[in-house]
Design a protein around this ligand. Structure first.
Ligand SMILES: Cc1cc2nc3c(=O)[nH]c(=O)nc-3n(C[C@H](O)[C@H](O)[C@H](O)COP(=O)(O)OP(=O)(O)OC[C@H]3O[C@@H](n4cnc5c(N)ncnc54)[C@H](O)[C@@H]3O)c2cc1C
Length: 469
C-alpha cells in the first residue's frame, strides 16, 4: 500500500470512527517522527479508545496482511515507535486508551489503560499519597514504559518497570486478548507470562492495560551535588552513600563536565552551583523517605553527616547541598542540552557497577583515537550501573559522520562493552531499528533463537512492531 488504502481506511474507521483514522500527511506528522532518530512514513494512523477496538484492529490487519506499529507517547529512543520509510505501515497510537483507572488502596496498586502517561498518573495519585516510582525526564505512556522496560533515575532504589508491574492485559498479533489483572505480588504457578511483553518493544503483542505497584509518596528528600576525588572516587562515594544512607539512597546520578556545561548552556536560567567552573564529573546524590521528619528521621542531617565523612576520608573534594528541584533541573536539562550541540549518538549502556570507571576510560580512549572530533558527554544512572555514554557530532562536522560511520562507531564501542566489560548495549531504552543489528551481532545466540521461536509462533508473518528478533 503506497498512501492510504481506501478499503483499509474504511474498515478501521468502522471500528474507531472516521475522526480517529488519520491519513493526512500533516495530521500524521507527530506520529511518524521519532524524538531522536528521525522517522518514516505511515499508511495511516489509527487511534482506538479501548481494548476491544485494539483487538478488532489487529484482527483486521492480521487478516489483511497489514503491518502495525504500536505507539505510546513516542518518547522512545530506539526508533521503534515510528514506521519505516515504506509508507505502508499502520501506526496504532494508544494515546486515547485512558478510560480505565481503578485504584485499589488496599493492594497499593492501580489497574489502568496503557495510554495513561507518567506525569498524569502521578498527578492523579498525589491526593492519595501514592506514586509510581519511575523517574524519567519525559512523560512516557504506561504501555511504552512496559514495552521498553523503562528505567530512569531511581532504579537503584525502586527497580525498573519490570519490578513494578503486577500484571498486564495484552492483545496478541491475531487479535486475541490475554490478561492477568489480579494484581498479585507473588505467584509461583508456572511461567510468568507478563515478562514476555516487558522490554520486547510490542513485538509479541500490544499492551492495553496493566496493574502497577504503587508506593507511599516520599515525605522528605535531601539532595547534594558531590564532586568525588578522581580515579575510582565515584565507586568509593557510592560505597560511602550505601553504607551511611542504606535504603534511603534513591538516586546516584552522574554528570560529566561536558554534559553539565551543555545543560547550563541550553538553559541559561539555570544557575551553575560551582560558580564559574564545572568539575570533570559530579554526582547528584538523593536520599528519600516516605517517613516524615516528625518521626525523628532527618535526611538532611543524614546527608550532611555523610558528606562530612566523605571530606574527612578524602572521598569527596566538593559538595553542594541544594533544593531537589534545582539540582534535578540541571540533570534533566542534559538531553536537550546535548541536542543543542549537534547530532547525538546515544549509547544506553549498563555494566557491573565496579567496572564503570574502567569502561568509561577505555571507551574515551577508543573515541579519542578513532574520532577525536566527537564530543564525549556522558551522564546517567551510575548507581545502578547505567550510563548514557553519549557522543555529540559538532554541527560543523556533521557531514563527516554519515550513517555508516556512526554505525561503525556504535559497533566498535559495543564490541568493547560486551566483550571486554560484560555490558549491555540497551540498559533501559529497549530494542529498535537503532540498535537491532548490534543485538543480532552481540546477543547470546540461544536467547535470539528462543525469541524468534516465540515471535514466529505468535506472529508468523512478522506483522507487529519494528523488531524481528
Ligand atoms: C528526554 C527523554 C529522557 C528519557 N529518559 C529516559 C530514562 O531516564 N530512562 C528510560 O528508561 N527511558 C528514558 N527515555 C526513553 C523513553 O521515555 C522510554 O523508552 C519510554 O518507556 C517510552 O515510552 P513511550 O510511551 O514514549 O513509548 P513509544 O516511544 O511510543 O514506544 C516505544 C516502544 O514501545 C512500543 N510500544 C509503545 N506502546 C506500546 C504498547 N501499548 N504496547 C506494545 N508496545 C508498545 C513501541 O512500538 C516501541 O517499540 C527518555 C526519553 C526522552 C525523550
Amino acid at each position: 500500500m503506497a498512501g492510504p488504502d481506501a478499503g483499509l481506511v474504511g474498515a478501521l474507521a468502522a471500528i474507531v470512527g472516521d475522526r480517529h483514522v488519520l491519513t493526512d500527511e500533516g495530521d500524521m506528522e507527530p506520529y511518524v517522527s521519532a524524538f531522536r532518530y528521525g522517522g518514516g512514513r505511515a499508511g495511516l494512523v489509527v487511534l482506538p479508545a479501548d481494548t476491544a477496538q485494539v483487538a478488532a484492529i489487529l484482527r483486521h490487519c492480521h487478516g489483511a496482511g497489514v503491518r502495525v506499529v504500536p505507539q505510546g507517547a513516542n518518547t522512545g529512543l530506539a526508533g521503534a515507535s515510528v514506521p519505516d520509510g515504506s509508507g505502508s505501515q499502520v501506526v496504532l497510537s494508544l494515546k486515547r486508551l485512558i478510560g480505565r483507572f481503578d485504584l485499589d488502596r488496599a493492594n497499593r496498586a492501580v489497574t489502568l489503560d496503557a495510554g495513561w502517561d507518567l506525569d498524569r498518573l502521578n498527578e492523579r495519585l498525589e491526593a492519595d499519597g501514592l506514586w509510581f516510582p519511575i523517574d524519567i525526564s519525559a512523560s512516557p505512556s504506561v504501555g511504552g514504559m512496559i514495552s521498553t522496560n523503562a528505567g530512569g533515575s531511581r532504579v537503584l532504589r525502586y527497580g525498573d518497570v519490570r519490578h513494578n508491574v503486577l500484571g498486564v492485559e495484552v492483545v496478541l498479533p491475531d487479535g486475541t486478548i490475554t490478561a492477568d489483572l489480579r494484581g498479585l505480588r507473588k505467584n509461583s504457578a508456572g511461567l510468568d507470562l507478563k515478562q514476555l511483553f516487558i522490554g520486547t518493544g510490542g513485538s509479541f503483542g500490544i499492551v492495553t492495560g496493566a496493574v502497577l505497584n504503587l508506593l507511599p509518596r516520599p515525605r522528605q528528600t535531601a539532595t547534594a551535588l558531590v564532586v568525588p576525588r578522581g580515579g575510582d572516587g565515584v565507586g568509593d562515594l557510592l560505597a560511602l552513600c550505601e553504607d551511611r544512607a542504606g535504603e534511603f539512597l534513591s538516586a546516584f546520578e552522574s554528570m560529566t563536565g561536558p554534559a553539565l556545561s551543555a545543560a547550563l548552556h541550553h538553559r541559561p536560567q539555570l544557575r551553575n552551583p560551582f560558580g564559574g567552573t564545572v568539575p570533570d564529573e559530579c554526582i547528584l546524590v538523593e536520599l528519600m523517605s516516605a517517613t516524615g521528619r516528625d518521626s525523628g528521621l532527618d535526611l538532611e542531617a543524614l546527608l550532611l553527616g555523610l558528606l562530612e565523612q566523605g571530606y574527612e576520608t578524602g572521598v569527596i573534594v566538593d559538595a553542594i547541598p541544594g533544593p531537589p528541584a534545582d539540582l534535578w533541573a540541571l540533570r534533566h536539562a542534559i538531553s536537550e542540552g546535548l541536542r543543542g550541540l549537534g547530532r547525538v549518538i546515544g549509547l544506553d549502556v549498563s555494566l557491573p557497577r565496579g567496572r564503570m570507571t574502567s569502561f568509561r576510560r577505555a571507551a574515551t580512549d577508543w573515541v579519542r583515537t578513532h574520532h577525536p572530533d566527537l564530543l564525549i558527554c556522558g551522564f546517567g544512572h551510575r548507581g545502578d550501573g547505567g550510563d548514557h555514554f553519549n557522543l555529540v557530532i559538532p554541527k560543523d562536522r556533521d557531514a563527516a559522520f554519515p550513517a555508516n560511520t556512526v554505525s561503525a562507531i556504535r559497533q566498535g564501542l559495543y564490541r568493547l562493552l560486551v566483550e571486554d566489560f560484560s555490558g549491555s548495549y540497551s540498559a533501559e531504552h529497549g530494542i529498535g531499528p537503532v540498535n537491532l543489528s548490534y543485538h543480532q551481532t552481540f546477543a547470546d545466540p540461544i536467547q535470539q533463537h528462543l525469541s524468534r521461536l516465540i515471535q514466529t509462533h505468535l506472529d508468523p508473518a512478522g506483522m507487529l512492531g519494528r523488531v524481528r528478533w
